[in-house]
Design a protein around this ligand. Sequence first.
Ligand code: LP5
Ligand code: MN
Length: 245
Amino acid sequence: MQIHFISDLHLSADRPSLTALFERYLAGPAREAGSVYILGDLFEYWAGDDDLDDPLNRGVAETLARFAADGGKVYFMAGNRDFLLGKEFATRAHLQILQEPTLIRLSEQRTLLCHGDGLCTDDLAYQAFRKQVRDPAWQAQFLAQPLAIRKQIIAGVRMKSETAKSEKDAAIMDVNEDAVASLLREHGYPLLIHGHTHRPAVHTLDMEGHGCQRWVLADWRIQAGRVSGEVLVWADGKLSRQPLN
Ligand code: LP5
Ligand code: MN
């Protein structure tokens, strides 16, 4: 049985072809997989589980639930866009939420999974923002506001984030090698799989004599009117990238 990894789909109502690609993926290639791991940013944003009446959100939950009913197992780890996704969505979609990071085994290979934003430690402004919005007390206060207000706040933060990103050096928005090293050291030098940076690559690292690999997942996108995605597949004892379109 294969094991699949995807991230950074950024599904939103204004890009229905991405959602259609996700539906084709779950109806097709994902059927080869015993488990599908979604490593964050499934949604462009998640304002709270009380937004499940939204047609996009409800539709994605139903698609995932159908996949589960046919025997598929889906795991979800939060990204920086959808960390408010909670138990209600998980129940509706029949998926299991994973904490970050999570260590799994691919055959004998110990493998650590994370979204990746936590490793971008050179991006100090983002890390300060992340610390604030990941605080449970802040989240409880945010979720206590009406949904429409939350969506307005998110739209404002999205705009500020886009402006901030355009002023940042590209290098600081990548992972920090020391942050990667200390994470791998802490977990006994596993293989690492993450998304977030939209810089798909496999990095071979020499970590104090331990050979490690860091696999970075691709984002799903629409470019020149064409929709494309990617799944990282574990099969026959190795990882490979499978394009989706
Ligand atoms: O997502 P991406 O890749 O475009 O950019 C990220 C970082 N930006 C973010 C912000 C999100 O995109 C905004 C949407 C989140 C929806 C979550 C819903 C619930 C929370 C509601 C929040 C109020 O994650 C970006 C990184 C980039 O990755 C690369 O790693 O650089 O970080 C920023 O741009 C952040 C800015 O540098 C600083 C923050 C600006 C916003 C300040 C507004 C404060 C409002 C008060 C709320 C705490
Ligand atoms: Mn992200």
